[in-house]
Design a binder for this molecule. Structure first.
Ligand code: SAM
Length: 339
């Protein structure tokens, strides 16, 4: 199968309208936050809104359009965080919480909250670099601030009665599942090589979401695509990609990276059935591990019983030696020599 990497320069509100309904299987995105960081002075830039209300209104339009393009039951993974205000911003310190407002928009747009992931992005020590109040020397009684060194990934499902997968199968291996199943993901916030963007996604985060919530050959979309991390992770994992980015500089920087890719990345021999077969192999490995684990447990149990029996035998012999008139110190000597 030949994969397509659809990399679009434009306003996602306009560009999403050109995408057919129910043609996308998974959306992964990290939107701009209302006035935390302004990416451009373009009037369509969501980071450039006059008010909180305008920002949420535009975001809700984007989410509604995303709902239209998603297949029933398709997932929308939204990465965002509640951030600490830095000194002087809006004249006060405190936290900005997006969770409630974003969740409300998704619910009103026909989604249900499916899974929540806490993404530990970096150490609190790193957070200290940007937030001086976290330094120990700056601690004030009754006024501590905790590091905002994590973000959220909220995974929403389109429709409350959308298609449920009835066929067992996943692109996630047993070893991966051992890590991915946790609600807390510790992934360093490092960008893909050459990304010229101030807030790029962690590639590993995108890869996990793609493997968990889509299948080979599916279409994965990022409507605030920045440096194109989602596109790259999608193609490299056998999915088709659509990325929409407004800022021409970011768009071109990512295009330069895509242009250097070997054409072979677009040729994938994978398929849905291939994924199901891999899953069955993993299941068989799991069963084997379970059997081997059971055997090892039984062997351990037998060994423990053997030790117990030997100890009981020693005690019995010591009691016999005592009845033969040997002193405790002599019995001790015999035991130590035997050991
Ligand atoms: C948080 S960044 C996303 C970074 C991206 N996840 C990555 O891996 O590089 C948000 C991006 O949304 C873009 N953006 C803002 N308004 C937009 C709009 N209306 N349409 C498309 N992109 C927009 C900004 O230029 C910025 O690059």
């Amino acid at each position: 199968m030949r994969l397509t990497n659809n990399w679009i320069n434009g306003d996602c509100l306009k560009e999403l309208k050109k995408i057919p309904s129910e043609s996308v299987h998974l959306i992964i995105t990290s939107p701009p936050y209302h006035n935390l960081r302004v990416y451009s002075n373009d009037s369509c830039d969501l980071s450039n809104c006059e008010t909180y209300e305008e920002y949420y209104y535009l975001l809700s339009l984007v989410i509604k359009e995303c709902e239209r393009v998603l297949v029933p039951g398709g997932k929308f993974a939204m990465q965002f965080e509640d951030y600490n205000y830095t000194i002087g911003r809006d004249g006060h310190r405190g936290k900005e919480s997006l969770t409630g407002d974003i969740n409300k928009i998704f619910k009103e747009s026909g989604f249900i909250l499916w899974s929540e992931i806490c993404w530990e992005k970096y150490t609190p020590q790193r957070a200290m670099i940007s937030d001086g109040s976290l330094w120990y020397r700056n601690l004030k009684a009754r006024d501590a601030t905790i590091a905002a060194n994590f973000g959220f990934v909220y995974v929403y499902k389109k429709g409350t009665s959308g298609l449920m997968e009835t066929q067992s199968g996943s692109d996630v291996t047993l070893a991966e599942w051992a890590e991915y199943a946790s609600g807390v993901w510790k992934i360093p916030n490092s960008s893909i090589g050459g990304a010229k963007h101030m807030t790029p996604f962690a590639y590993e985060l995108c890869k996990r979401l793609i493997k968990l919530y889509s299948a080979p050959g599916d279409v994965v979309l990022d409507c605030f695509a920045g440096s194109g991390t989602v596109n790259r992770a999608a193609i490299e994992n056998g999915r088709n990609a659509i990325g929409i980015e407004l800022n021409e500089d970011f768009y071109k920087a990512a295009q330069d990276i895509f242009d250097k890719w070997d054409d072979k990345v677009y040729e994938s021999s994978d398929s849905f059935q291939g994924m199901v077969d891999r899953f069955k192999e993993q299941l068989a490995i799991g069963e084997l591990n379970k059997e081997e684990g059971k055997k090892a447990k039984e062997e351990q149990k037998a060994l423990t019983q053997q030790k117990k029996d030997i100890r009981a035998e020693i005690k019995k012999l010591e009691a016999e030696l005592k009845t033969l008139g040997l002193k405790a110190s002599e019995i001790k000597n015999i035991r130590e020599n035997a050991e």
